[in-house]
Write a protein that binds this ligand. Structure first.
Ligand code: MF3
Ligand code: CO
Length: 254
């Protein structure tokens, strides 16, 4: 069952999302060669305290940190580490979520560290565009498959592949609600989208094949062929007018 939110609940979700959006506005300025993923985790810890919110990820199924920091061939769920510094040319994906007044916000971005190679730049661009295309489909009357198909068409027409084993999700008073939001699928299939539905849309796009595996730490997901991967995510509400991106900083339109 998909939980439809009231206009008041959508406003509460906007506030949770705005805090997540504000985090990304601030963290992007800290990313440069030599920075450890642990130092970003420490920044997240202070950010959470400063905003009086709760971490969405830490403790979730035993996950040990506020952030997921996934570098290069790591797709998602990389664990911040004191031993891991990013280098010039790396791709760093950061995934972050909070709970504010009982409502979840969830978002992810992949950042180039300094200047990156051309393939990586194209991967970032295609993944960002696949999320944008998906968001455009998030409107009443469309179906869930229209979102999935938009991600897949955008990523694959750029020569890349979409991860099958991890998907986006409904979000609200829980981080993961129905429906699952795959990044592949067929137009015109799946449940109809109606105002008040809120989805975390999160394309994970690989430069090589779509296969992934989990490392021995039990969390870090990497591409099977060790090609690079990118991940962008927004929390998005379906409204009567169309879509509303909830995980943008306050002050942004919408
Ligand atoms: N954005 C991810 C998700 O929606 C974050 C979960 S990471 C976890 O599932 F560590 F909390 F599992
Ligand atoms: Co998510």
């Amino acid at each position: 069952m998909i939980i439809v939110k009231s206009p008041q609940e959508v406003e509460a979700m906007r506030h949770a999302g705005a805090i997540v959006g504000q985090f990304f506005e601030e963290v992007r300025d800290l990313i440069r060669p030599g920075v450890t993923t642990w130092s970003l985790e420490e920044f997240a810890d202070r950010f959470i305290a400063r905003h009086g919110v709760r971490s969405a990820f830490k403790g979730y199924m035993g996950y040990p940190a506020h952030l997921c920091t996934s570098i290069n061939e790591e797709v998602v769920h990389g664990i911040p580490s004191r031993e891991r510094a990013v280098r010039e040319g790396d791709l760093l994906s950061i995934d972050f979520g909070v709970v504010r007044d009982g409502f979840y916000g969830d978002s992810a971005f992949t950042f180039p560290v300094g200047k990156t190679d051309e393939l990586s730049a194209r991967l970032l661009s295609a993944t960002r565009r696949s999320l944008a295309a998906a968001i455009q489909e998030a409107r009443p009357g469309n179906r869930l498959g229209d979102i999935s198909a938009a991600v897949q068409a955008t990523a694959e027409s750029a020569g890349f592949s979409v991860v099958r084993d991890f998907v986006g999700h409904g979000i609200g008073r829980s981080m993961h609600e129905e429906p699952q939001v795959p990044n592949f699928g067929k137009r015109g299939t799946g449940p109809k989208l109606t105002p008040g539905m809120i989805l975390a849309i999160e394309p994970m796009v690989n430069a090589g094949g779509f296969g992934v595996e989990v490392l021995a730490d039990g969390w870090t997901v990497v591409t099977r062929d060790r090609s690079r991967s990118a991940h962008f995510e927004h929390t998005v509400a379906i409204t009567a007018e169309g879509f509303r991106i909830l995980s943008l900083p306050l002050g942004n339109i919408g």
